[in-house]
Ligand binder design. Structure first.
Ligand SMILES: *Cc1c(COP(=O)(O)O)cnc(C)c1O
Length: 366
């Protein structure tokens, strides 16, 4: 630290300089985060100093968190679902596996999950001492339910399905996995961190949420397709007892017990998440999602005219290609573990951005 403080001008000229070195969202085609909705920013600013870790002090903010859980629970066909706002999919997935381990006690517990799971499950299993029984994907990059059933043994406590995979945008067969979970008395977690705020607004989709018997918990990230400020995730559970399995005593807070992973938790992104859902309503969310999907189809069509075939036809707005990983500057794309070029058509990736990218790719490879 400096002995004497700097002036605001010095500080902000440095901060602006550094912010200018960040990539502009106009060129970010690789991220599941997006530019927050203006309504989310406004709500976030109003809740800047709130701490959801001490809900007895911030009763209003705590009510907003519960309203967000109710909105999402209702969207996922379980208005009575419980839950809380996490820092994102990673925390939601860690907590889901913690619940599974606590609720289904096994001698040497393991988790059955698809090869396509997000890497946060590796962190979770490492921390919780859970073995990973990884199920390979079928030709469409989905988990095969038959293979999942075969991977279960007497020490399996949990099965995981993904509704909108991070790399390929595919939805696992949640109804079939739900039956398997019920048959084997397993905890069943659905990772809908990305797809949770896409799938309900698609024209056609299979059940993927609490409508499916056997689904125990679900992760969804408002800071992705919910266009909230970062960090905003949510973990929902069908039964409150599941969350209570994580409760520990809190000696000095306004509440006696806590089941969250984080202690101090921001209210701003939570208010932001609720504000966006209420501002847009289902009509507005449908419009956003349908826009992202139509951009996804246009991108696939455009890339295929240059001979860059899709890796798979996605269920949600993630497009993957058999194409060179190098794209013209300053575009930012990503690459899957299997080596496909990957582009996420988030709300900030407008149609004119897609058209500009397709033109650039065409010229680059001409
Ligand atoms: C993004 C994502 C995660 C991780 O979420 P963070 O908010 O980055 O912690 C987990 N699972 C899936 C399917 C995701 O798309």
């Amino acid at each position: 630290m400096h002995k004497r403080g700097l002036t605001e001008e010095e500080i902000f000229s440095y901060l602006s300089l550094k912010r200018g070195e960040d990539t502009s969202h106009d060129y970010i085609l690789s991220s599941m985060c997006t530019v927050p909705h203006p309504v989310a920013v406004k709500a976030h600013n109003l809740f800047m100093e709130t701490n959801l870790g001490d809900p007895g002090l911030f009763m209003g903010t705590a009510d907003i968190e519960q309203a967000l859980i109710l909105r999402l629970g209702t969207l996922f066909h379980a208005p009575e679902a419980c839950g809380y706002a996490t820092s994102g999919g990673t925390e939601s997935n860690i907590q889901a596996l913690r619940m599974a381990k606590a609720c289904k006690k096994k001698h040497r517990p393991n988790v059955v999950l698809p090869e396509s799971v997000h890497f946060s499950f590796r962190k979770a299993c490492d921390m919780l001492g859970l073995d990973m029984h990884t199920v390979p994907l079928n030709a469409e990059y989905r988990m095969d339910a038959g293979d999942a059933a075969k991977a279960i043994d007497e020490n399996t406590c949990c099965i995981v399905g993904v509704a909108g995979t991070t790399e390929y945008g595919m939805i696992d067969p949640i109804p079939e996995l739900g039956e398997i979970a019920v048959d084997h008395d397993l905890f069943f977690h659905v990772d809908a961190a990305f797809g949770g705020l896409v799938i309900p607004f698609l024209e056609h989709h299979e059940p993927f949420d609490f409508l499916v018997p056997g689904v125990s918990s679900l992760a969804v990230d408002p800071h992705k397709m919910g266009m909230s400020t970062i960090p905003a995730g949510c973990l929902l559970v069908r039964e409150k007892e599941m969350l209570c399995a994580l409760s520990i005593d809190t000696p000095y807070l306004s509440v006696k017990q806590e089941f969250t992973l984080g202690g101090t938790r921001p209210g701003g992104p939570v208010a932001g998440a609720l504000a966006v859902l209420d501002y847009l309503g289902t009509d507005g969310m449908e419009a956003v999602v349908q826009g992202c999907m139509s951009n996804t189809w246009r991108l696939i069509e455009g890339m295929e005219t240059f001979g860059f075939a899709r890796a798979v036809t996605p269920d949600v707005n993630v497009a993957t290609f058999n194409a060179p990983k190098k794209v013209p500057h300053p575009w930012r794309v990503s690459c899957t573990r299997k080596g496909h070029l990957r582009i996420v058509c988030m709300p900030h990736v407008h149609r004119d951005i897609i058209e500009k990218f397709i033109r650039d790719i065409g010229e680059h490879h001409a």
